[in-house]
Design a protein around this ligand. Structure first.
Ligand SMILES: [Zn+2]
Length: 110
């Protein structure tokens, strides 16, 4: 679903929050007012509900490079523990997951 949404948004970025239960991400939550840019997705964080099932974020990099920018790292540090960057061409293996400090973590698609 994330890859599909990213393809639909291409060449703009797609961004959403991740909802999980028992360490399984099962839903994405799109915040009202999210701005999709060519190089960044701006989350209107004041719209972020206080919801402990939201565990992190996902956004796409149309460049295909799934390395977080400085802005991404800043966003990671205050929006949860798991952050996924997906990259063009948005195949199932075109993603990298990070923790809130920007270190790569393993994420398995089940
Ligand atoms: Zn980014």
């Amino acid at each position: 679903m994330i890859m599909e949404a990213s393809r639909d948004s291409y060449p703009k970025e797609f961004g959403a929050f991740l909802r999980a239960e028992k360490e399984v991400i099962y839903e994405i939550a799109i915040l009202p007012g999210t701005i999709q840019g060519d190089h960044h997705t701006i989350f209107m964080l004041y719209n972020k509900p206080i919801d402990f099932s939201l565990v992190g974020s996902v956004h796409s990099h149309p460049s295909g490079i799934t390395i977080p920018s400085d802005a991404d790292l800043g966003m990671f540090s205050n929006t949860g523990q798991i952050h996924i960057i997906v990259g063009y061409p948005f195949g199932m293996e075109n993603f990298t997951a990070y923790n809130r400090s920007g270190q790569r973590i393993d994420l398995r698609v089940i």
